[in-house]
Design a protein around this ligand. Structure first.
Ligand code: HEM
Length: 463
């Protein structure tokens, strides 16, 4: 029997835009109305700005794939992220983006999943050690302990990405300082977006983000400067591949300043999203004991073949389906935005002038009645050959976009999947996951990524 995990339900319609913006102040979910989950295309006029919510599958393909050049990333993406990541790949457009993408793709190809696996495994072992120590401090360790799994997942994913980029672990004091600064940046960035909608000046809005961005940038800049001063000191890591990448089209490589921007972005992209996905996955496994049992049995079978390794992780079909279904129900990047450029066009019957803002929301599309049967149910079988119909599989190909679509699609998807399966497999191999409190669940908020305002509390019981 499939469960329907709680989620922040959209609020009833209000024509009052200021009330809607106020609802979106702490979480952008507040901007949504109930019927946004039923319509193909939503539109409104926000203080002179034409805003569309695109849910229709054909329109999603048209904008993100077929006519991608006329729908670049919206400048708001740059404005809210610039203090932190400068002009890194995620928010720029045109040739500036294409050159960076060629360099990043080259570095990712060199880094390969097998090569980054030891860094992932070491970070996962360190996570298990920290959890063991936490449990050992409990008066009755065998009964388990309540743990904020979101904090644990944030640390382990930040550690994975630091080890992958820099060949060294994340220190405890760095973890605290940098991860806390990221948390504050996230909260302020959500508000900054609302302030931009209200036409507050860009510089003013960005100033509210500068302090926390500075903490993270100073740390990353220091590490990169050390490496540039002694290039041989580094290991076989992503920073070495980023430094070595050379673009055959422009004949250039990343400058020192660009490296800081890219590493800041990869640190953000590489841990925030995975931490969000892993916290939701752990919570769902805790809510659904039969799903957890089936995943655990699968992991056990693979471990018996000789332990976990990249090629054996790929055999975890059910585990992969659990992760895909988690990304469907709780997509870490719950919305992204584009801008109409060049010429006016129409979207279905609606006029779409140059400068219009188009929103794509995996959060909405993944829970939309037109795309998914019983959209709010947690049913990993949707993603298995023997658990779904051909029609369901076709829908899941077209209406599943946690990593985006088209040329701007996330290049870190395979990395994220390997990391998630390893962390989840090791975690449920050691502990049974139970909800800490049946009545109080996570309070999901939509910021830069999907996070819980009150952590994700689980009871971990040693197996
Ligand atoms: C579950 C984990 C992840 C999710 C859900 C995710 C999601 C996304 C999404 C939705 C985009 C595109 C947004 C848009 O079109 O506007 C994106 C872009 C990107 N992601 Fe990820 N991501 C994840 C993990 C990672 C990891 C681990 C890395 C690197 C180690 C990474 C690197 C990037 C990069 C470089 C881009 C920019 C691509 C471009 O603009 O060409 N991501 N990600």
């Amino acid at each position: 029997m499939a469960i329907t995990p709680p989620w922040p339900k959209p609020l009833p319609y209000t024509a009052n835009l200021f009330r809607r913006l106020a609802r979106g102040w702490t979480s952008w979910f507040g901007l949504l109305n109930e019927w946004d989950f039923r319509i193909a295309l939503g539109e409104l006029n926000l203080l002179g700005l034409r805003v569309f919510l695109v849910n229709d599958r054909a329109l999603v393909r048209r904008v993100l794939i077929e006519e991608v050049e006329n729908f670049p990333k919206h400048p708001y993406t740059l404005w809210i992220l610039e203090p932190l990541i400068g002009r890194a790949i995620f928010s720029v457009n045109g040739e500036e983006w294409a050159r960076q993408r060629r360099l990043i793709d080259q570095a990712f190809q060199a880094a390969q999943l097998e090569r980054v696996y030891p860094a992932m495994a070491a970070a996962t072992d360190a996570m298990l050690e920290r959890l063991d120590q936490e449990l050992a401090q409990q008066p009755d360790a065998m009964r388990g302990a309540v743990v904020d799994i979101e904090a644990a997942m944030t640390w382990v994913t930040a550690d994975v990405i630091v080890r992958t980029i820099l060949s060294r672990p994340l220190q405890a004091d760095e973890a605290r300082e940098v991860v806390e600064a990221f948390g504050r940046y996230q909260r302020r960035a959500a508000r900054a977006l609302v302030m931009r909608f209200l036409h507050l000046p860009r510089r003013w809005v960005q100033r509210s983000l500068q302090r926390d961005a500075g903490v993270i940038r100073r740390w990353i800049k220091g590490v990169i400067e050390e490496r540039l001063a002694a290039p041989d000191a580094g290991g076989d890591d992503l920073l070495a591949y980023l430094m070595a990448a050379h673009d055959p089209v422009s004949g250039t490589s990343f400058s020192a300043e660009e490296l800081v921007d890219q590493v800041c972005f990869l640190f953000l992209a590489g841990h925030e999203t995975s931490a969000s996905a892993l916290s939701s996955a752990c919570w769902l496994l805790a809510l659904d004991p039969s799903c957890q049992q089936r995943f655990w049995a699968e992991v056990d079978g693979v471990v018996e073949e000789g332990g976990l390794a990249p090629e054996r992780l790929r055999k975890l079909d059910y585990g992969a389906a659990v992760f895909q279904e988690t990304l469907r129900l709780y997509p870490p990047v719950s919305f992204f935005i584009r801008e109409r450029q060049s010429t006016e066009t129409t979207l279905q019957a609606s006029r779409c002038p140059v400068g219009s803002l188009l929103t794509f929301s995996p959060w909405v599309i993944h829970r939309h009645e037109d795309h998914w049967p019983e959209p709010n149910q947690f049913r990993p079988e949707r993603f298995l050959l023997d658990g779904s119909t051909p029609e369901e599989r076709r829908l899941s190909r077209e209406a599943w976009l946690p990593y985006g679509l088209g040329p701007r699609k996330c290049p870190g998807a395979a990395f994220a999947q390997q990391e998630a399966l390893l962390v989840l497999a090791e975690l449920i191999g050691e502990y049974q996951l139970l909800p800490a409190n049946e009545d109080i669940g996570p309070e999901w908020v939509g910021r830069l990524t999907l996070r819980s305002a009150n952590g994700v509390l689980l009871r971990l019981v040693p197996r």
